[in-house]
Every structure is written in C-alpha cells, then in structure tokens.
Design a protein around this ligand. Structure first.
Ligand code: ZN
Length: 442
C-alpha cells in the first residue's frame, strides 16, 4: 500500500493530552499513521495528497457491544407484547434467533456493517446467536465484515436454552473461531468466547466453557445483570449472584466484556475492577426494555473500564452517547452529573477496550496508531478547542453527517459514496427478501 498525506484543518485526536490539532497533515502508510505534522514538514515527501480541510477529521468510532443478527428485525411487528425483560426475550429474541439461517447471518451482518460505515463506526464487537445455524455462523459474519472492510471481534453466545447439542455447538463455534483468528493472522478480525448470560447456563456448561477459555487464553463476552431477574434466578438456582458465580469459574478476566451490569452490587463491581474486565453500558437498549439505567458514575468511581455499546439499537455511536448522557442525568437526578464519565465511555474507554484485542493503537489519531478515521461535515459555529471539543462531539458533531470513512488506511466511503466491491442496492433487495421469509417463519 503506498503512502499518502491527508491534509486537515481541524483534527480531533481523542488523545487527552492533545485533543484538538489545527492545520496538520497525517502521513498514512500500510494502514498506520506514520506521522502528524504541519504540511511544511512533508515538503520533500513525494506521495498522493488528499485535501480534507473542508471537513472535521476524527477517529473512527468503536461499538463495544452489538448484535449484527438483529438487523432483519427492523419493522417486524409480530412479537407478542411483553410485560418484562424475560417476556422481551421469550416473545421476540428467542423466537427470532431460532429461525435464523446461515444466509440470514451473512446478510444481516452485511447490511449492519454498511450502515456502520455510513455512520462512522469502524470497529464492532459483536455477540451472535442463531441456535439452529451455529456451526460456521461466525465465518459467515466474518465474510460479510471482510467484504465491507470493517474491524470486528466476533463470538457466539453459548446458552443451554436450546438443549445440550446446541450448547456443544456453541462452545465449538467459539473455540474454532478463536483458533482460526489466531492462525490466520488477519489484522482486522478477532474473537472472544461468547456466553448468553449466567441465567441460561448451568454450572456444568460454565465449567466446560472455563476449560476452553483457560486453554485458549481468551477473553469472554456475556450479558451480565441486564435485569434483576438474572440476579434472582442465579441466587435461587445456584445460591450465588451473577458475578461471584462467573468468577468462581474464572470466566472474568482482563479481556472480558460484561454487557449492561445494571443490577450489580458494590462487591460485584469491586470484583470486575480487580479483574480488569470491561463493563459495557447500552443505554438505549436498557431504556427500550425498561430494565433500568446503569450507574455509570459509580462504575467509573470503582475504577472499572466502562465502555459504550448499542446492543443493536443503532450503529450510530454518537446517538448512543447522547442518550447515555441524558439517561445518566436522570439516574443521578442531576443535570450536571457524569459528563466526563459518559463521554469517556466512547471517546477514551472503547479505544482502550479495542486495543486489548488488536494489540495496536485504535480509536485515537496518533503516530503509530491505526488509520481508522472519519471526515465529518462539521463547520463549528462556536469556538472548538481543547476545552470545548467534548461538548461539540455530544451536542454538535453528533448532529452532523459523516462524509467519508477510512479503516486500516483505506477509504471505505468517500464523499458519501461507498468505495466497495459490493452492490448496496442488490444487498438491500436480498435483505428485504430474506427478512420477509424470516418473518413468515417467526
Ligand atoms: Zn446484547
């Protein structure tokens, strides 16, 4: 890949030490930012020059908890009304995921990834379920992700709810995928060991999963205490709360992602902090399911690395961030609460989470980091500087359009046109066709 120079006027770096740089050029080579300096410093370098001075340039965004497979649900109105979270799972998600076929897994990942490019999300940490199309499901998703050029970490959510054979398939799918990722040396794809939630996994299954996790030396990705019913079930059935139970099987480690965590007590938060695991909050999903609002302020004060995910409600991370902040104000009953804690989930913490898996600088524009960035149509109408940039991200840039998206040094979208060897119109038509079939089986 040849080197080129991206000329910028306003550059948001997400680097807390130098968050806003003006009139700088990025020298990009082989997917990496080699240097950031004024144009004069590159006078002797002969390479292609790309002018982005009429846009705001910032890092590509990271989604730390997503479900590609839910793409085909948009517009589905057939689910029975639910009284609570268990009802949402039983009436919608656990009916839907049983019907997913291999081709649904592929197309739903493809349409979601294309939307992500359009919204400026360049890395997605996904959590997949298709209990009657388990084997090879992660490879189908990986195929879609690779065709779009995004980065993704994949896992299959193991659960006992569909019988022992499906549990075994799920365990094998995770193990196969993680081994395949390591063997391939693909710089864009990663894997975690997925579990649905502690309330759908027996001790026997957790024991078996733990054996694989220790042997593979991998991280885990699980829904934890999304609703109080998770805690009550674990207490009643196993005599332990969610986190002590998972921890007793050594399933919470430095590379773990625990999604939601709304109903965790102080002791559980302390355990997560001591293990160095990430807790990923998904405010829009939690509001939609009426399960509550995570106490992000307290999690942060406990020293936990708190990330931001969308739980498939959107792939637009800035929309999720805004709602997360409003929800936290309500949670804390204070309109000034948790601004830095919430902003940090997306801007500083998601990059730290992703860096654990990719082993290189991600989500921050700095020398030696991955060239994952977006160009946004945003000409600030108030001063944008190192004191105001986070306010601009939440209140201003979130309302602007993403013009161009680069991942691994390659433009996947330029001037709102996808630069991919894919026919988006055809993909949408295929998606509508498969969604209609899926809905008829639902
Ligand atoms: Zn989820």
């Amino acid at each position: 890949m040849s080197a080129y120079l991206l000329k910028t006027k306003t550059l948001l770096t997400f680097d807390p030490l130098a968050p806003v740089l003006n009139d700088q050029c990025l020298l990009i080579e082989d997917g990496i930012i080699r240097q950031i300096a004024p144009e004069a410093d590159f006078a002797l370098i002969e390479c292609e020059r790309i002018d982005a001075t009429d846009k705001l340039v910032m890092p590509g965004l990271i989604n730390a908890h997503h479900h590609f497979y839910s793409s085909l649900v948009t517009g589905l109105g057939k689910a029975e009304p639910a009284r609570d979270f268990q009802g949402v799972l039983e009436n919608l998600w656990w009916r839907l995921d049983k019907q997913l076929l291999s081709e649904d897994n592929y197309i739903s990942a493809l349409v979601s990834a294309l939307t992500a490019i359009r919204k400026g999300t360049t890395t997605i940490i996904d959590h997949h379920a298709s209990p009657f199309a388990v084997s090879g499901s992660l490879s189908q998703i990986a195929k879609a992700v690779s065709e779009t050029g995004l980065r993704a970490s994949l896992c299959y959510e193991v659960s006992d709810r569909d019988g022992e054979a499906v549990t075994a398939d799920g365990i094998a799918e995770n193990a196969d995928w993680i081994r395949q990722c390591e063997a391939s040396g693909d710089r864009m794809l990663r894997g975690l060991f997925g579990m649905h939630a502690a309330f759908t996994l027996s001790d026997k299954s957790l024991e078996l999963i733990s054996t694989f996790v220790q042997e593979l030396g991998c991280g885990t990705h699980i829904h934890a205490a999304e609703a109080d019913s998770d805690q009550q079930f674990n207490l009643k059935t196993f005599g332990r709360r969610v986190i002590p139970r998972l921890d007793s099987f050594t399933l919470i480690n430095r590379n773990s992602i625990l999604a939601h965590g709304i109903y965790l007590d102080d002791s559980e938060l302390d355990t997560i902090a001591s293990r160095g695991a990430a807790l990923v909050t998904n405010p829009q999903s939690n509001l939609n399911n009426a399960v509550g609002i995570a106490d992000v302020l307290k999690m942060s004060q406990k020293g936990i690395l708190v990330g931001l995910g969308t739980d498939a409600m959107t792939v637009n991370m800035l929309e999720e961030l805004r709602v997360g902040l409003w929800a936290q104000h309500l949670k804390q009953n204070n309109p000034n609460a948790a601004f830095m804690e919430l902003a940090s989930t997306l801007v500083f913490n998601n990059p730290r989470i992703a860096q654990k898996y990719w082993g290189q600088g991600l989500g921050m524009l700095a020398k030696g980091h991955a060239a994952d960035l977006i160009l946004v149509d945003y000409d600030p109408h108030t001063p944008l500087d190192e004191n105001t940039w986070l306010g601009h991200v939440i209140f201003g840039i979130s309302q602007a359009s993403v013009d161009s998206t680069m991942v691994n040094g390659r433009f996947l979208m330029w001037n709102r046109e996808l630069l991919l060897d894919l026919d988006e119109t055809e993909i949408k038509a295929k998606s509508r066709e498969l969604a209609e079939k899926l809905w008829s089986r639902f």
